[in-house]
Structures are given as C-alpha cells and as structure tokens.
Design a binder for this molecule. Structure first.
Ligand SMILES: Cc1cc2nc3c(=O)[nH]c(=O)nc-3n(C[C@H](O)[C@H](O)[C@H](O)COP(=O)(O)OP(=O)(O)OC[C@H]3O[C@@H](n4cnc5c(N)ncnc54)[C@H](O)[C@@H]3O)c2cc1C
Length: 310
C-alpha cells in the first residue's frame, strides 16, 4: 500500500510528488496522458511563470518532471474511481488504452487532474473533429498556414489561441457570443493590435458547416437577428474548461461547475483526500497556483498521516 497516490502529473501533481518524495513518503503518480501530462503542453510560450520566461509549456513541464526524478513511482493509467473503506483508499484505473484494469491502495489520495476543453455542442463539431475542428492551436495550427480560421470563445484561452494562429494564418475570426471579450487586458490589447484578427461579437455559433471537411460556420447575429456565415478552413474551439472530476464525484463534494470544494489547505470533505491545482474551486487557475497547491496539500496529507489530524 502506498502512503500517497497522486492522480495527474501536471504542475500540481508534480509539485506534490516532489514534496512528498522529499518527505520520504511512498508515492505513486498516475497519469493518463502517458509520460508528459498537463494542459500546459498546449501553449507554445509561458510568459508568466517566474524564472522561466522563454519556455514552451512542454519544455516547462518536462523540467518539472526531471526535477521530481525518481522521488516518486510513475505509471500511465486512467483513474476511473476512488473509494474509501476503513481509512484505506482504493483507486481503480485502466491501463494500456483500457485493455487492463488494476486497483491500487493508499493511505492518502491527491486529486490533481486539472481540467479539459469544454465542447461547443453544436452540429458539425463531432463530425469535423480532426477534420477542421480543433481544441489546440499549438498542436494543429501549422495545418492552417495562410488559411482562414475561426476561433470560438472570448476568454484568455481563446485570445491566446487567436494570437498564436494570427502568426500562421491569413485571417483569424474571433467569434464570441458576447459584445465584449472576457480575456485579460494584456491579451485584448494584442488581439486588437493584430491586423489579421477580426473580432465578431454578439455572434452565437449555430453550426459548423462543410462536406468532407470544415468549410465555415453559421452564426446568429444577436444585434441584427440574422443568421450569417463565415467561410473558414478550420474552427478552433476555446470556450472554457471542464474539471476532470467524474471519477471522484461519488465521494468528494463538488461545486456547481464540477470543481472540488476544498480550501487553501486543499482539504476536501473526505478525510485523507486532497485536491490540488485547477481541479480545486479557486479564483485563479495558473501554474504558480497549481505548484503552490501541490506543496500545501502534501503538508495537509502529512498532518493527516502522522498525527491523524484534519
Ligand atoms: C492554452 C493554455 C495556455 C495556458 N497558459 C498559461 C500560462 O501562460 N501561464 C500559466 O500560469 N498558466 C497557463 N495555463 C493554465 C495552466 O496550464 C494550468 O493552470 C495548470 O496546468 C494547472 O495545473 P494542474 O496540475 O492543476 O492541471 P494539469 O496541468 O491540467 O494536469 C492535470 C493532469 O491530470 C491528468 N488526468 C486527468 N484526469 C485523469 C485521470 N482520470 N487519471 C489520470 N490522470 C488524469 C491529465 O492528463 C493532466 O496531465 C494555460 C492553460 C491553457 C489550456
């Protein structure tokens, strides 16, 4: 049995692994993306992580992983449930693409599973995923060199995606259902300064159209009341994130959006179960906060293990 199982090897999970390993806890990290996890790999440049101004997300998370080294055991697996009986946690996971099932036991569990891209839920989205519909400009942007694309969304992620694509594509339509963008002022300034990004506000996308591949979108113009269309070769969907908490929803208390209810000490309603990083209900979801949570939750877990408090 492990002292601690950490689910997710993003910034929070790796920070927790570092602290737990140095505290000489017997730690297992389970990551479903394989060797390198984290949503940060989808960005080509991390500008605001102190001390590392020029790295891509992929480079940064690999540095985190190298730093942990063999302080923890790592396995690739998709955790499907967590349950607790008589102070022992049972963690069920699928390995090898779902072919094999396995169970591990632990005294404590840290949920550090972050969040995934939310779907737009319009006709054409499923059909054209991988054929013009994408959720990651860094991954797929190069396929749209000198082409016209739509970015759907108005928050930081959408703005960051639009800016990235503006360096590759001929034209980027930033389509948002509200009249004003929600993203940070710094991003907005750059978006409005880019001469090949056109902001299309008050536009509710109704359908992604095409035959074999994406050919554009149809949207409802809330100001005129008309249905309009934009021709485009690609549609990048950036309409927010959804926490990865399905596997734990039977035991942990979640908020209305599915984030785990836990305070700054990362303590949840289940003794011995802690939440760290983007998966936790909190005002700001950034690397620095996730790394901080990773350290704090190990302190809480150590208190629970050694002194049985919390
Ligand atoms: C496009 C983009 C750009 C960003 N840019 C910045 C930036 O410049 N600066 C900044 O500070 N932040 C940025 N962020 C936010 C930052 O990526 C997150 O705040 C941070 O990665 C959160 O870390 P985390 O460890 O909580 O979650 P994540 O890094 O998302 O890691 C969670 C891990 O858990 C794994 N997982 C999920 N479910 C399971 C399961 N059931 N079983 C096993 N493993 C599972 C996932 O595969 C993932 O690897 C950006 C985010 C995006 C999407």
């Amino acid at each position: 049995m492990y002292d601690m199982v950490i689910i997710g090897s993003g910034a929070a999970g790796l920070s927790a692994a570092l602290y737990a390993g140095r505290a000489r806890l017997n730690v297992l990290v389970i990551e479903k993306m394989g060797v390198t996890g984290s949503q940060i790999i989808y960005t080509d440049k991390v500008d605001n992580y102190l001390g590392f101004p020029l790295l891509s997300g992929y480079e940064l998370i690999n540095k985190f992983r190298e730093h942990v080294g063999d302080l923890a055991e790592f396995i690739s697996g998709d955790v499907t449930s967590v349950s607790k009986k008589e102070d022992i946690f049972k963690i069920q996971l699928k390995e090898n693409g779902g072919r094999d099932k396995r169970e591990v036991k632990a005294k404590t569990v840290i949920v550090a599973t972050g969040a995934i891209h939310r779907k737009l839920k319009v006709p054409g989205e499923e059909k054209f995923t991988g054929r013009g519909v994408s959720y990651c400009a860094t991954c797929d942007g190069a396929f749209y060199k000198s082409k016209d694309v739509v970015v759907a969304g108005g928050g930081d992620t959408a703005l960051s995606e639009a800016l990235y694509l503006s360096n590759i594509c001929n034209k980027v339509y930033l389509v948002h259902r509200r009249g004003q963008l929600r993203g940070s002022k710094a991003y907005q300034d750059k978006v409005f300064a880019a001469d090949n990004i056109e902001f299309v506000g008050n536009a509710v996308i109704g359908e992604i159209i095409g035959d074999e591949r994406v050919e554009g979108i149809e949207y409802h113009d809330k100001v005129s009341g008309y249905t309009k269309s934009i021709s485009a070769d690609g549609v990048f969907i950036a309409v927010g994130m959804q926490p990865e908490t399905d596997f734990v929803k039977e035991v942990a208390e979640l908020d209305e959006y599915g984030y785990i209810e836990a305070g700054e000490d990362c303590v949840t309603n289940v003794r011995g179960l802690f939440a760290a990083g983007d998966v936790r209900k909190k005002p700001l979801r950034q690397l620095a906060c996730a790394v901080s949570d990773g350290a704090v939750c190990v302190k809480s877990a150590e208190d629970y293990i050694s002194r049985n408090i919390l």
